[in-house]
Design a protein around this ligand. Structure first.
Ligand code: NAD
Length: 374
């Protein structure tokens, strides 16, 4: 049986609350004989600042470099509002992303049937939706130079941001998207604005070339990003994997995520380049939500975003797609039975806390495993 190295970084606020439920799911997977895990744990964010005076220790970064996957809870909270800027809790997250060179951000939009009525769109448009937005995370207009506000000397100023992409940056994010497409429904839609942007023209050419030379077995579509935004709310189920740049990805992934409901439900992943020797990508998995100081330690946090982040790690870093599907089915089953944490509660459902939701998911895993064995 394969042993996988994991680093758990629970962080602050509800981070430790939801990470506890991930530990239980990992223990269940081991007990079921599906894999074994070598688990390291460290502090990050405000908790690391309190212990070491920095938002992440060198030791934790080393452990992250060696791990098959990092699971990250959340960081921040009012306690650390006044700490120096360079050691603020978020600096821990940014250093990990930078040191592990995580250039690909993955944001799935999955709509569980039982929650389809909570969406702002009609049930039939979002029910059973399962799409994945792959956003370039380290280039484009957020980082391009020049980036400045200059004085024009006539009482006017000029704000400048620069959208810039090199071939290698487009190639590597394109390969991530096609690799992921192959593990899903084998379809990638690339979005840019080639009608008005030179970087969009290059993006389109590079994606087309990588596809023809390396991934002709995957279906590829091109769509202008504004048309893509319309299609995401009109008929989102037409998509499987969407690949796009940093700016469009920021906007499109928020639109897609919100098709499906609460922050407490949304996982994410960030991936780096494949290791030259092992072929494994550096990776970090985290819920989209923050540390939710308003409910931290009260036992009310929804652990599903964190458990779904584990499920992404199983699928995309540990080659355990079947176990990921099992975990996702267990989550869907618990929601079908009407169990809800406060953030997704509606009248007539059964309200549970963090622990109750975690235990219900484990019980559902038992049922699914028994049924599969029978
Ligand atoms: P938040 O995501 O922490 O909370 C927003 C609202 O959603 C709150 O009402 C919260 O109770 C609720 N919520 C969030 N996750 C939930 C869950 N799993 N279950 C139930 N309810 C949930 O965002 P915020 O309030 O803007 O930020 C709080 C702190 O988190 C700040 O310090 C912020 O900087 C930090 N933050 C960290 C990250 C990260 O670690 N990646 C991301 C966003 C915000």
């Amino acid at each position: 049986m394969t042993t996988h190295k994991l680093l758990l970084l629970p962080g602050d606020g509800i981070g430790p609350d939801v990470m506890t439920e991930v530990r239980s799911v990992l223990a269940w997977i081991e007990k079921a004989g599906l894999a074994s895990f070598e688990i390291e744990e460290d502090l990050v964010g405000g908790a690391a600042y309190d212990a070491y005076g920095s938002a992440v220790s060198d030791q934790a970064v080393d452990l992250a470099q060696q791990a098959d996957a990092v699971l990250f809870g959340a960081v921040g909270g009012p306690k650390w509002d006044d700490v120096p800027y360079e050691v603020r809790p978020e600096a821990g997250l940014l250093r990990l992303r930078k040191d592990l060179q995580l250039f690909a951000n993955l944001r799935p939009a999955i709509c569980y049937g039982a929650l389809a009525d909570s969406s702002s769109l009609k049930r039939e448009i979002v029910e059973d939706l399962d799409i994945l937005i792959v956003r370039e995370l380290t280039g484009g207009v957020y980082f391009g130079e020049p980036k400045e506000i200059i004085d024009l000397g006539n009482g006017q100023q000029r704000g400048i941001d620069t959208q810039v992409y090199d071939t290698y940056e487009i190639e590597r994010i394109t390969r991530v998207a096609f690799d992921l497409g192959r593990t899903r429904n084998n379809k990638v839609t690339s979005m840019e604005k080639r009608n008005v942007m030179k970087s969009g023209v290059l993006w389109n050419q590079v994606v087309t070339k990588v596809h023809a030379e390396e991934y002709a077995d995957v279906a590829l579509d091109h769509m202008l990003a504004d048309a893509g935004a319309m299609q995401l709310v009109r008929n989102p189920k037409q998509f499987d994997v969407i690949v796009t740049d940093n700016l469009f990805g920021d906007v499109l992934s928020d639109i897609a995520a919100m098709l499906t409901g609460s922050l407490g439900m949304l996982p994410s992943a960030s991936l780096g380049a494949p290791d030259a020797r092992t072929g494994k990508r550096k990776s970090m998995y985290e819920p989209v939500h923050g540390s939710a100081p308003d409910i931290a330690g009260t036992g009310q946090a929804n652990p599903i975003a964190m458990i779904s982040s584990l499920s992404m790690a199983l699928r995309y870093s540990l080659d355990m797609g079947d176990t990921a599907t099992l975990v996702e089915k267990a989550i869907a089953g618990v929601l079908e039975k009407g169990l809800r944490t406060g953030d997704i509660y509606t009248d007539g459902m059964t309200k549970v806390g963090t622990k109750g939701m975690g235990e219900a998911i484990l019980a559902e895993l038992d049922v699914l495993a028994d049924a599969a064995g029978a």
